[in-house]
Design a protein around this ligand. Structure first.
Ligand code: AHM
Ligand code: MG
Length: 334
């Protein structure tokens, strides 16, 4: 089948012609985002081959956060480093899979953070996984790179996005002026613009949470979910649907595509940890996308984008998506 004629803008052309609040996208940012997209194109081909090229299974190593690394976690991390480290505009990068940031040779002041392969538990079962990225600007361009350079709130992000490797490989991106989506043409290797001005409806009847943790949740989250489960016979007077893919990237893609909310809240299994997901390269980029699409994102008490990190691998409680539901959750936590 031929592509509709309206689908003719590739990612490079988009970056060259788009205006962010009236200004062109800086050339250095274009260079960096194109390098990320090129690497994700390569990664999507690796992901699609799976067992055929020996990519499934554990790498036999652990990351700094004590999590078992899958082979593809390590490969994706290496591919992203190789793909971006020659960008002149880049000052350094940080990843879920590395304890410390990596300085690069660039002379620019962009900082890249990423979760190279989100949804690791889904790699071996052929369910959608993805790459999440966030771009910040180094506040002191000339000084040597330090971990503290990365510890900026989500409001400082100049770009954020993800690439989901599913039935299609699709990228969502924000530069701080709305959200756009591109789908990879696997024959030409180009990401083609498929949607602009992505909007999350304010109301919804769909939620995503790992229900097996229900007994561990805090009271406000339990109350919210119990009311959803009660459907038309309860307080909410409407029936809800539930989804849980266990890849944040795929769950958030659904929220951006048809509304809903996604939650991975704090729970009592590890009470000293604020949550499971990481602030800097999971929650912040997803929150930037969701806010730019008209949704909201909170840890219950504060907006995630306002949190000032104290550690690179800081964890956070996450609730994001349709605004009316997030407002309700914030109210329950107040
Ligand atoms: P990962 O970055 O190691 O893949 O972990 C994050 C993932 C999220 O994508 C997902 O929402 C969550 O972990 C699923 O956790 P659980 O298996 O507890 O449901
Ligand atoms: Mg992840």
């Amino acid at each position: 089948m031929n592509a509709p004629t309206s689908l003719k803008t590739n990612f490079k052309q988009y970056l060259e012609k788009t205006k962010v609040k009236g200004a062109a996208v800086p050339a250095g940012l274009q260079e960096l985002l194109l390098a990320v997209a090129d690497t994700c194109n390569t990664l999507s081909h690796e992901v699609a081959q799976g067992a055929l090229i020996g990519l499934l299974g554990s790498a036999g190593t652990g990351n700094v956060q004590g999590e078992v690394q899958q082979k593809l976690d390590v490969i994706a991390n290496d591919l992203l480093i190789d793909g971006v480290q020659t960008c002149k505009s880049l000052a350094g990068l940080a990843s879920e899979e590395m304890e410390l940031p990596l300085p690069v040779q660039g002379i620019g002041d962009y900082l890249l953070l990423f979760d190279p392969l989100d949804g690791s538990s889904n790699i071996d079962v052929n369910v959608s996984i993805g790459t999440i990225f966030s771009v910040l600007k180094k506040q002191e361009p000339k000084a040597p790179l330090q971990t503290s350079d990365f510890l900026l709130s989500g409001r400082h992000q100049v770009a954020a996005g993800y690439v989901v490797y599913g039935p299609q490989t699709t990228m969502a991106l924000t530069l701080g002026d709305g959200v756009v989506m591109f789908t990879l043409n696997k024959v030409t290797g180009e990401f083609i613009l498929i949607k602009h001005a992505v909007e999350i409806s304010h109301s919804t009847k769909e939620f995503a949470i790992n229900m097996s943790n229900m007994r561990h949740w805090a009271e406000p989250v339990r109350r919210y979910v119990e009311e959803c489960l009660a459907g038309t016979s309860g307080e909410r007077d409407k029936d809800f649907n539930m989804r849980w893919i266990a890849s944040m990237v795929a769950d958030v893609h659904r929220v951006l595509s048809r509304g809903g909310i996604f939650m991975y809240p704090w729970d009592q299994r590890e009470p000293h940890k604020p949550g499971k997901l990481r602030l800097m390269y999971e929650a912040n980029p997803m929150s930037f996308l969701v806010e730019q699409a008209g949704g909201a994102s909170t840890n219950g008490k504060e907006l995630i984008m306002d949190l000032v990190p104290t550690e690179l691998h800081e964890r956070v409680s996450v609730m994001l998506g349709s605004k009316e539901e997030i407002d309700r959750l914030r109210h329950y936590h107040a």
